[in-house]
Design a protein around this ligand. Structure first.
Ligand code: SAM
Ligand code: SF4
Length: 340
């Protein structure tokens, strides 16, 4: 997709800020643009994966229209994710199209989460679209451990991708899923590496959504305590509207964030919803199923029914997830299907 006809752009200003039944403003959409990935991370896909038939995956034009509808309803930030978003053919065109919303002031931020393997190729298109920062998943700096986690090689490509992103001026946050017995001995090295590569770092608690039974789960409170013996950590008041709590690392001058869905509920300030690449609107990571927006997109050229369905789903967003009490069975879908 290079250019879309201008008729699909939403000309009118947002109708209203989206608010759920608990008074939370929903301003952030995470859209999975594909369920495919070129890696097979243990905690995410595992080995056995069944991909959706192509006909069930939204076209880029449908995704563009969907984003326009969300923006019309008040969404101000969009993150493209997956699967691996940079694997989706035509992704640069979609980015360019969404970038028009940024340029017009209808959107505050366009960003993406990537495994970084294809980042070197796409970094210039990201900048051209108005993307300013990206999250890159990198759980290890050790090639053998990378191969163990991702179940294939790719570390060199990820490191090249990060360099290329930095070279074109993108801010990079490294996402590390904390895995006891797999990468926990590398956290100090990752902090140091982020310091020398001008990247912030976010540690993520593994959620029971993927191939692991969570036997490698590591509560981040413990990790932070351990790290604070070696690094001078000072709480940073910065909030990005997300669940990440940041700390300044005095020795590196960078920040480290902790995302703790398992040990702490951050649902009270949740501002986000997810749409899968098949058009399923998921208002909470731990809710089974979703609201199928695809028939509404395909059944009518008008966005009226689509926007009504989005509003109804958001009004019904649950107060909080139940990972900690419900364990694995509380989770209905996997990250690569939902869009992590
Ligand atoms: N492929 C891209 C990537 O890896 O960054 C984007 C999709 S991935 C599903 C998005 C994020 O979800 C990544 O940072 C990944 O580490 C995280 N993730 C996947 N499965 C997870 C799990 N079970 N628990 C915690 N984080 C997970
Ligand atoms: Fe692919 Fe990202 Fe899942 Fe890893 S975490 S398997 S890179 S979608």
């Amino acid at each position: 997709m290079d250019r879309l006809p201008p008729s699909l752009l939403t000309a009118e200003p947002p109708v209203a800020a989206l608010t759920d039944g608990f008074g939370r403003a929903i301003t952030y959409l995470r859209l999975s643009v594909t369920d495919h990935c070129n890696l097979r991370c243990l905690y995410c896909m595992g080995k056995e994966v069944k991909f959706l038939p192509k006909s069930e995956v939204l076209t880029l034009e449908e995704m563009d229209r969907l984003c326009s509808a969300f923006i019309h309803l008040g969404v101000r930030k969009i993150r493209l994710t997956g699967g691996e978003p940079l694997l989706r053919p035509g992704i640069d065109g979609l980015l360019g199209r969404l970038g028009e919303h940024l340029a017009a002031g209808r959107l505050d931020e366009l960003t993406l989460t990537t495994n970084g393997t294809l980042l070197a190729r796409h970094a210039p298109a990201l900048v051209a679209a108005g993307v300013r920062r990206v999250n890159v998943s990198l759980d290890t700096l050790n090639a053998a451990t990378f191969c163990h986690i991702a179940q294939q090689d790719g570390l060199a490509e990820v490191l090249d991708g990060i360099d290329a992103a930095r070279a074109v001026g993108l801010a990079v946050r490294i996402n590390v899923v904390a895995l006891a017995g797999i990468n926990d001995m590398e956290f100090d090295r990752l902090i140091q590496w982020c310091g020398t590569h001008d990247c912030d770092l976010a540690m993520i608690e593994s959620m029971p959504l993927g191939g692991l039974e969570n036997e490698h789960y590591l509560p981040l409170d413990m990790v932070r305590l351990r790290l604070s013996r070696r690094w001078t950590l000072t709480a940073n008041p910065l909030k990005t509207g997300g669940p990440c709590e940041y700390w300044d690392v005095a020795e590196t001058g960078r920040r480290i964030g902790f995302i703790t869905p398992m040990s702490h509920a951050f649902c009270g300030s949740c501002n986000r919803v997810r749409v899968s690449c098949a058009g399923s609107l998921v208002t909470c990571l731990a809710r089974h199923g979703g609201v199928d927006l695809r028939p509404l997109l395909r059944g009518s050229e008008s966005n009226q029914g689509l926007e009504a369905a989005i509003l109804a789903a958001i009004a019904d967003k649950p107060a909080s997830h139940r990972f900690a009490s419900g364990g694995k069975e509380a989770a209905g879908q996997r990250m690569w299907q939902l869009g992590g």
